[in-house]
Design a protein around this ligand. Sequence first.
Ligand code: G4P
Length: 548
Amino acid sequence: ISEQPNAIGEDADIVANTVSSEQIASEVARRRTFGIISHPDAGKTTLTEKLLLFSGAIQLAGTVKGRKSGRHATSDWMDIEKQRGISVASSVMQFEYRDHVVNLLDTPGHQDFSEDTYRVLTAVDSALMVIDAAKGVETQTIKLLNVCRMRNTPIITLMNKMDRETRDPLELLDELESVLKIQCAPVTWPIGMGKTFRGVYHLLRDEILLFAAGNDKADQDFEVIKGIDNPRLDEMFPREIEQLRMEVELVHGASHPFDQEAFLAGVQTPVFFGSAINNFGIREILNALIDWAQPPGARDATVRTVQPKEAAFTGFVFKIQANMDPAHRDRIAFLRVCSGHFQRGMKIKHLRLNREIKVSSVVTFMASSREQVEEAYAGDIIGLPNHGNMQIGDSFSEGELLQFTGIPYFAPDFFRSVRIRNPLKIKQLHKGLQQLGEEGAIQVFKPVTSSDLVLGGVGVLQFEVVASRLLNEYGVDAVFEGTSISSARWITCDDKKILADFEKSSAGHNVAYDAAGNMAYLATSGVNLRLTQERWPQVVFHETREHA
Ligand code: G4P
């Protein structure tokens, strides 16, 4: 990528964008962009791997997760992550299935990285919720679902691990409805569980899919028996079949029939039962995604709504990640294309900096390697090599001034002050924290009354990651210490004079600026925050902020 502030028209090899509007429309229509939400250990990694098997993107199971095989997944980019066996960073995988282009955005499941996950979810059009059927709804499931709800993202549900002893399926649906407040429409229904798991009955197709364990092969075929009244079933499962017929009658009577409109509105979730590790029930989910989930839709860009089929390219950065691959020491800005056609070599405008850039090197992420992107359409994610001037929330276009909305930063709940062992490294510390702040790995505040920086995170694990990255990437040995800060709020006020008075008052001692230059108030306690808010009624204290 080369930054060329005044380069319009100077470059002979600028690529002309010559794709017809019909082609753009048909490319958009065949795209599906989704993320998986789940509590850690529910089976997200296993499912990701199986989904990729269907596409032929990877041949062997065990490629995504490097824990056992010793092979490193694209998302396993840091030692700390490998040690803990959690996915710290998200990555993106693209594959083709049934003549559709599927973009799967990986979302970190660990709660300490939920902020990153929230932002990844702003870039998807639908989500797949994986639930461990032995455990039911867990804390992280609830949080992530609430994030999806902010944008009414349609959700498909997989009740996973049916090859184990699980909870009663009806009870699971009940819990989903009451805890997550989402209507359930069972699409498949399990026959038995654990050692007696026989398969699933497809309620819409009146078919039974027979379970067989241990399928590592791509696109495994399972035997299908047509019709729940088929006498073959009585022969095969004399004990279970009556129970199934009874349950299915009950389910038909007591649950909601699948309604695509309600699904697309985020009000209803189709529910599938299966076993990711056995590759069972996974094809049904992929088919649901293709058949029912919507292609990329319109996006709010402040000045107007952008339609995905528009000819001109637009997009926004929802995530920045450093050193994804130790072989390439760089930072990648993940951009979701919102409209038009992206072609390698074209010029796009970085709107916040009002700068033209010629994009000659762009990457996408296949399961096992990065590849050069030649072109992309709405719904696709492209990785722009970033030399430090792109921030989360930045919008890009072919020139039109717009700003995509809804990419949030959340007020942190945990705070640390930073000290370094070697004072000569202060410059590197500031550079490192500035970059990590822009990347969204941590929030960095510079208090007006002190030279010590304050770090804020939504989880404490973030501090460990930052400490380790400061050491490895910037050569800074930093010590993090507790602070008296209990919460942070971004500050705005329509009246500039009041804002200046606020800064000069005693409350001004608690004012700090974040990495993007926004004013914030660092409160020492809940009481302190409340009193300050009461004293300054015209000043607005925000719990979230969008782009700079
Ligand atoms: P996560 O990414 O959501 O954290 O979950 P992951 O896929 O790593 O799965 C968590 C554990 O659950 C793994 O076992 C995995 O093998 C197992 N698992 C996933 N799907 C199924 C399933 O359908 N049935 C059964 N029985 N187990 C399933 P682990 O022993 O914790 O990890 P590993 O040592 O196998 O890597």
